[in-house]
Design a protein around this ligand. Structure first.
Ligand code: 0O2
Length: 203
């Protein structure tokens, strides 16, 4: 059974189209501002295994409806920026895109998670020219967008990898150290942004 039912090809199409749109946005920004809006981006369709596990974790039936409606991260895009300011510029540009509605925004940069995790999360709804799982035409599909700096992304990737190591002897001390590193990296992000501002003011 496919957790996305007949909609899996549509998810891939939406991801490809949206990724291309963001890359075009970056190119245009580069042409006018002589620096990029973001450093890189990654897109993925959540794997069957992860989506099934997520439905089970949330006590949802393992169905395409749960995967596409009750969970809203079947399509995920991660945008990695050089500087904190660029994240907020990206958010403004995304908010002004046609065919999309902003569903939720969570600013874990201004309000970091207690473990030190920082990132800006948005759920958007993309309108498409075909039918969705509710039978609506035009249809709506969710996309989760995570925006981070390179430093935030480094921390989140390493923390994610380490979480799955089960033989951690002193989890309290490890969590404390991870939080310390997250805060140090956040301080570096602010310093790098200040340095960019100083350079801009010189020119
Ligand atoms: P994956 O494999 O990355 O997709 P949700 O769980 O999405 O229904 P919630 O709790 O509102 O609901 O989501 P939230 O807080 O917006 O975060 C969801 C995603 O953010 C996670 O997706 C991670 O990608 C990332 N994330 C959140 N907190 C942490 C953290 O402490 N460390 C790291 N490394 N990543 C985090 P998934 O589904 O867990 O996994």
């Amino acid at each position: 059974m496919n957790i996305y039912g007949e909609y899996e090809p549509t998810l891939h199409q939406i991801l490809d189209e949206f990724t291309k749109r963001l890359l075009d946005l970056n190119k245009k920004y580069q042409t006018t501002h002589h620096e990029s809006l973001f450093e890189h981006l990654n897109g993925r369709i959540k794997t069957q295994k992860s989506m099934i596990e997520k439905c089970q974790r949330k006590n949802l039936p393992v169905t395409p409806y749960s995967a596409l409606r009750q969970n809203r991260d079947s399509i995920g895009v991660r945008i990695v920026c050089n500087f904190i300011d660029d994240i907020y510029t990206c958010i403004d540009l995304i908010e002004n895109m046609s065919d999309i509605d902003i569903i939720t925004k969570k600013d874990y940069i201004t309000n970091a998670k207690p473990n030190g995790y920082r990132s800006y999360h948005m759920i958007i709804s993309k309108t498409i020219d075909s039918q969705d799982i509710d039978g609506n035409f035009p249809g709506h599909f969710y996309i989760e967008i995570q925006l981070r700096t390179i430093a935030m992304d480094t921390w989140a990737s390493l923390e994610h990898k380490m979480k799955y190591k089960h033989d951690i002897k002193n989890p309290k001390m490890i969590s404390k150290e991870l939080k310390r590193v997250a805060d140090e990296l956040a301080s570096c992000d602010v310093s790098m942004q200040t340095i960019r501002q100083l350079i801009r003011e010189e020119n």
